[in-house]
Design a protein around this ligand. Sequence first.
Ligand code: SF4
Length: 184
Amino acid sequence: MTLAIIAKLERVLALKNYFVRQGASEFGLQQNHAEILIYLSQANKYSDNARALTKYLGITKGSVSQSLALLEKKTMIERTINPRDKRSSKLKLTLSGRAALKHIENIIPETFEKLEAVIPTSDPMLETILHELQIEQGLKSFGICSGCKFHTLLKGGNLRCGLTEEVLSQNDAQKICAEYEAAV
Ligand code: SF4
């Protein structure tokens, strides 16, 4: 039963990857470049850096550096000094990076959106399974901020990260974070 479900999910993923590769190639990019654009569009302010990206993709630092250099050359991403740590940089999509990502997303057939009805991205059970699998493999969780044990709703509706003690916006709450820890 489990293997049958996994096989179906793998097939769906393989088809999704086919469309991502097709869209990326129109910009002279490979699938991993597109995955970086997708990641940076979803990463929060603690995760928009090369270190977190390397952990998320599970590939070597050298490979990430090469991919970032190419995306910078194509002016799809830009680096800024990280105000929390002047030795590191923050990575951000430029307008042309966003346009490329939009194009790639548009190539993925709408049929894939039906998956959200079956597996909602904010489903707590999915988060739990993903968390357990990643912990078992010694990987970081990279969950959505709103499900993190440090995510705090203050009186008056403001949000705060209990780890960094910083205020979070509603937008931050919907993004993925390298420091995420499941609230279970
Ligand atoms: S609450 Fe958790 S997921 Fe959200 S920013 Fe803080 S550490 Fe990251």
